[in-house]
Each structure stands twice: as structure tokens, then as C-alpha cells.
Design a protein around this ligand. Structure first.
Ligand SMILES: Nc1ncnc2c1ncn2[C@@H]1O[C@H](COP(=O)(O)OP(=O)(O)OP(=O)(O)O)[C@@H](O)[C@H]1O
Ligand SMILES: [Mg+2]
Length: 555
């Protein structure tokens, strides 16, 4: 430190022999040093007290009063940086060694050669200079280390802040999170985020800490107005030290001078401003802190964008869901209408036939006693027709009743292979009649699944009957079960007539049939039941080769 001060190098010459003392003093002064002399230990220490620092002290070891060693100890105690050069006579080498141990820089033997003295002093000064320089460098290094440590901590905070800001997807949560991060990092208790209102172009406080509600609700800032407005229009940060604050500062109760305001930009466009003030230590914000807050503001901008995208996505998703619900509802209504029309058609035909028969019967019965054999035959035929048509209607309503049952009410854990075997035992006789052979390829160890037995049995029956009906001349139906990733699949494969491609889209429609006696409800009902079980049904068919229906039920 003393080398950085202006002024000459200071030397104190201590010797009880006044001539020697003055001689050394003169020579050293000629060399440009500032020299003081003392002729005993007390005087030497007095000088040290007065001058605050001597770079070098030349110290005679043998003096009356305080000994050289005692003076050396006092000097080292006062300031260990002072270089002490011992001057001693022949035969006192031990004293010199002792002095060196106690911190003396070097020693000279009397009579002193002045050239030796100058060289020794120069060396001492050089060593001292290096010591001071080292110390200064070390201090600089420590300072830099501290600075790096702060920077590193800031980076860590920043990465943690980024992580926090990216993990919040709603705007409100994001703003709050952002305030917490900023208040913490900047050690401030007054933070606000202003965002530009697209409709008015003015900035309003969207979230804040330490600002009273009235201010929050009433502040509206145009670009260029006040500090925040200037930051928004300039698109760069401003600090208290950048300009005269009082000129721009609104009359809110700021308790500190330190102020930092940075723009929040998205794609080069300023969408708001982040303000920080009321710093705990009242220090101005550093360049590093300004840069840090700017990075944070950019992160926040990305977060805001994400939050907005997410909100829009959520909105769109909800819209899609509503539209989908409406679509499903309208489709349901359409299929209900279709169903009603089908029912009307299916029931109107037998009704017309029944009505016709009944009219004929009433005409015949009006003959009373005059009824002929032929009339009786006619009556029997009409009655048989009425019975047949009524049965047809009965089957139709039975089918519809089964179909209209609510969602699986009696679902219970089921071994699907067992249920399939039970169903087959119901139809085997009938199938045999049609010269149809059923081959089972059932997988082992299938997990149990929750199904309504009577409904799924109905589906299996429909599948088997359709397959049998597709092979009027007989053939094989292969029924296989297997486990898929999250479902069990049941496949009904026949070698029947197959389904023409143009019919593939219609076979699941209610009342679509290609059969003379068919109602066209089997597949429609089956599909409805399977969908109620959250499963699916699909078809693969080739005309002339056969058809495979695959039913998939969730595990
Ligand atoms: N395994 C199959 N092979 C060939 N065509 C089939 C097969 N299964 C269904 N179909 C076609 O799909 C139509 C609709 O079948 P669905 O079971 O719904 O009605 P249906 O069998 O005609 O009458 P219902 O089953 O109501 O007595 C059938 O008329 C037929 O054309
Ligand atoms: Mg059928």
C-alpha cells in the first residue's frame, strides 16, 4: 500500500554513534531517500509513531537503553512489513542470527561499507514491493473469486428460475412465480410486472409485491410515460444511475433510491416491463444484475407465451370436445330417427298384413251359418298369418328391448373362454343342423374381464348366427381368443359368401340386411353392446372367401 502512495521511500537510521548515524543518513539522502535518524531505541520508536511507516530501518544492535533486539521486536509488532536491516560488530554474529529469526531482513557487519548498505536497502525495498504487489494481486484475485461466485450463484438461480417459469402453465401462476423469483434474486421487496393491454396499448400492473392495491388498480402507463413507459418505448433497461429519477418517478412511497426496470420482449416486441425497487441494502443495481433481470424477463416472456398457447390449446380442446359432444348427440339423434323409421317400417308391414287378415276374417265371420269348408280354410290361413306376423313383431320388440338396456349393469369378472363355450352349447344343435362345424382356438391364461354376461352372449350369438347364415351349404366357423396389449380379442372367422365392399359401411346400420328373413339388427345391437363395454368391433371380409369379425374388449 505504501508503494502506491505518492512520495519518497522512507528510511530510519538507528545508531548510538552519532557520526555513523549522520554518515549513513547523508549517503542515503544523496541517493534520494527520505531519511530520519535516531540515536537510541526510544527515539527510534518515537519516530515510528510519528511517521506511521518507514520502508526500511537500519538498526544498530548494540545500544545503551533498549537493545537492538528489543527495538526489532517493537518494530515488528508495530508493523511486520517494515524491513529491518541489522548492523552489528564482529563477534556478534549470534545476535545477528537471532535477529534474522525474529524477522530482520538482512544484516551488515561494522564497519559498514556504504555500497553494501545501499544494495541491501534496495533489495529490502524490492522484496517489500513484491510482497505488497503479491498481496494486492491476492486481494484482486479474492475479489474476482467473489465476483465469480456471485455470478455462478446468479446463474444457478437463473437456471432454477427458468425451470420454475417453464413448469407453470397458467398465466396467473406464472406471474406469481416470476415475482417470487425476482424478489428473491434482486433482494427487493417491491416488484411489479406490467403487461401491455392489446386493446388500449397501455401498460397495467398484472402482478406485484409491496404495492398497495389502489395503485395496482389505477396505474395505466402509455409508452414513453414515466420510467416503465420509457423502458417500454426504448426497449432497453433503465436503472436509477442512468438518469435523474425524480423527473420520472411517480409519487409512490419508494423507500430506496435503487431502481431497475427491464423490458419484457417477445419476438423483438415489448409486451411489458419488469420493475424492481426498494432494495434491502439500498445499493444501486449492478451491470450483472441488470443483465440477469433482462435474461429473466426474456424467460418470463417465453413462459407467458407458453401459458397463452396452453390456455388457447385448452380453449380449443374444450371447443373440440363440445363440438364432438354435439356431433355425438346429433349422430345419436340421427340413428334414433333412423331406428324409429326402421321400427315404423318393420312394424307397419306386419300390421298391414294383420289388419288385412282381420278385415277378411270379419267379412268371413259375418257369414255365420253360411261358412263353407273353404271359408274355414281361409280363416285358418289368416289366423296363421296373424300369428306369424305377431311373432315377427314380438321378435323385433324383443331385440329392441335387449338393445335398449342401459350400460353394462351386471358386469362381473368373466373368463371370456367360459362364456364363449356356454354360448356355443346353446347354438351347437342349431349349427349342426346347418352342417356347420365350429372350431375353437382359445388362448390359455387370459385375464378375467368385466362384462355383462347376457349382453356379450347375445353378441356372440349374433356373430355365430351371421357366420352360419353366410354358409348355407355348411362349412367351418373358427372362433379364436387371444390377448392383445390392453384388451382381449375374440375373432369369428367363417368361410361364407363374404360382404361386398359397398355394403361394408352399412352392415352396422340398424335394419340393414341382405336376408329375406333378417331384421338387420344383429350387428347394430352387437356394436352398441361392445361400445358400452368400451370395446370395439371390426370386420374383414372378402367376397367368396369369407368374413372375420374381431371383437376387442378392454382388460
Ligand atoms: N358373417 C357374415 N358373412 C357375410 N355377411 C354378413 C356376415 N355378417 C353380417 N353380414 C351382412 O351384414 C348384414 C347385417 O347383419 P345383421 O346381423 O345386422 O343383420 P341380419 O343378420 O341381416 O339380421 P338379424 O341379425 O337382425 O336377424 C347381413 O344382412 C349380411 O348382409
Ligand atoms: Mg344377423
Amino acid at each position: 500500500m505504501h508503494f502506491e502512495q505518492e512520495g519518497p521511500i522512507k528510511i530510519l537510521v538507528v545508531d548510538d554513534e552519532v557520526d555513523i548515524c549522520d554518515g549513513i543518513k547523508d549517503v542515503l539522502e544523496e541517493s534520494g531517500y527520505y531519511v530520519k535518524s535516531a540515536c537510541n531505541g526510544y527515539e527510534a520508536l518515537d519516530n515510528l509513531d510519528r511517521e506511521d511507516f518507514f520502508h526500511v530501518v537500519t538498526l544498530d544492535m548494540k545500544m545503551p537503553g533498549l537493545s537492538g533486539i528489543e527495538v526489532l521486536q517493537a518494530i515488528k509488532k508495530k508493523n511486520p512489513d517494515i524491513a529491518v536491516i541489522i548492523v552489528t560488530g564482529y563477534g556478534s554474529l549470534e545476535v545477528a542470527v537471532d535477529a534474522m529469526r525474529q524477522g530482520a531482513h538482512d544484516y551488515l557487519i561494522k564497519p559498514v561499507d556504504m555500497e553494501d548498505m545501499k544494495v541491501t536497502i534496495e533489495k529490502a525495498i524490492e522484496k517489500q514491493r513484491l510482497t505488497f504487489e503479491n498481496r494486492r494481486l491476492l486481494k484482486d484475485l479474492e475479489g474476482m473469486n467473489e465476483h465469480l461466485k456471485i455470478k455462478f450463484e446468479n446463474l444457478l438461480n437463473l437456471s432454477e428460475a427458468s425451470r420454475q417459469l417453464c413448469s407453470v402453465l397458467n398465466l396467473e401462476g406464472l406471474l406469481e412465480s416470476c415475482l417470487d423469483v425476482v424478489a428473491n434474486m434482486m433482494r427487493s421487496d417491491r416488484v411489479s410486472i406490467m403487461l401491455v393491454e392489446p386493446s388500449s396499448g397501455e401498460m397495467v400492473i398484472k402482478a406485484s409485491r409491496g404495492i398497495n392495491e389502489e395503485v395496482v388498480n389505477n396505474v395505466r402507463v402509455r409508452p414513453g410515460e414515466g420510467i416503465a413507459g420509457r423502458v417500454a418505448s426504448l426497449g432497453r433497461p433503465l436503472r436509477d444511475i442512468d438518469f435523474d429519477l425524480d423527473e420520472y418517478r411517480p409519487p409512490y412511497n419508494y423507500t430506496s433510491k435503487a431502481f431497475l426496470s427491464v423490458p419484457v420482449c417477445r419476438k423483438e416486441k415489448v409486451i411489458g416491463v419488469l420493475n424492481v425497487t426498494n432494495r434491502h441494502n439500498d445499493e444501486s443495481f449492478s451491470d450483472d444484475e441488470r443483465d440477469l433481470l433482462s435474461i429473466l424477463a426474456n424467460q418470463a416472456a417465453t413462459g407467458f407465451e407458453n401459458a397463452e398457447l396452453y390456455t388457447n390449446l385448452e380453449k380449443t380442446l374444450n371447443q373440440v370436445k363440445t363440438t364432438q359432444d354435439q356431433l355425438i348427440r346429433s349422430e345419436k339423434l340421427a340413428s334414433l330417427g333412423q331406428l324409429a323409421a326402421g321400427i315404423a317400417h318393420e312394424i307397419n308391414n306386419p300390421l298391414a298384413i294383420i289388419s288385412g287378415c282381420a278385415q277378411l276374417l270379419s267379412i268371413l265371420i259375418a257369414k255365420k251359418d253360411k261358412l263353407t269348408e273353404l271359408d274355414f280354410k281361409e280363416i285358418n290361413r289368416d289366423l296363421a298369418t296373424i300369428i306369424r306376423e305377431t311373432e315377427h313383431c314380438g321378435r323385433l320388440t324383443e331385440n329392441l328391448l335387449q338393445f335398449s338396456r342401459r350400460s353394462p349393469q351386471e358386469a362381473k369378472p368373466t373368463d371370456i373362454n367360459e362364456l364363449l363355450k356356454q354360448t356355443l352349447s346353446l347354438v351347437e344343435n342349431q349349427a349342426n343342423l346347418n352342417k356347420v362345424k365350429i372350431i375353437k382356438k382359445l388362448a390359455h391364461g387370459l385375464p378375467g374381464i368385466m362384462v355383462d354376461h347376457s349382453q356379450i352372449r347375445q353378441v356372440f350369438l349374433n356373430m355365430i348366427l351371421n357366420a352360419a347364415q353366410a354358409m348355407p351349404e355348411g362349412g367351418e366357423i373358427c372362433i379364436a381368443t387371444r390377448q392383445a396389449i390392453s384388451s382381449i380379442e375374440i375373432i369369428f372367422q367363417d368361410a361364407g359368401v363374404g360382404i361386398p365392399e359397398e355394403n361394408l359401411n352399412s352392415i352396422f346400420d340398424p335394419f340393414f340386411t341382405t336376408k329375406k328373413e333378417g331384421a338387420g339388427l344383429g350387428l347394430f345391437i352387437s356394436q352398441t353392446i361392445i361400445e358400452r363395454h368400451k370395446g370395439s368391433i371390426s370386420v374383414n371380409s372378402c367376397v367368396g372367401e369369407g368374413t372375420a369379425f374381431t371383437i376387442s374388449l378392454p382388460i
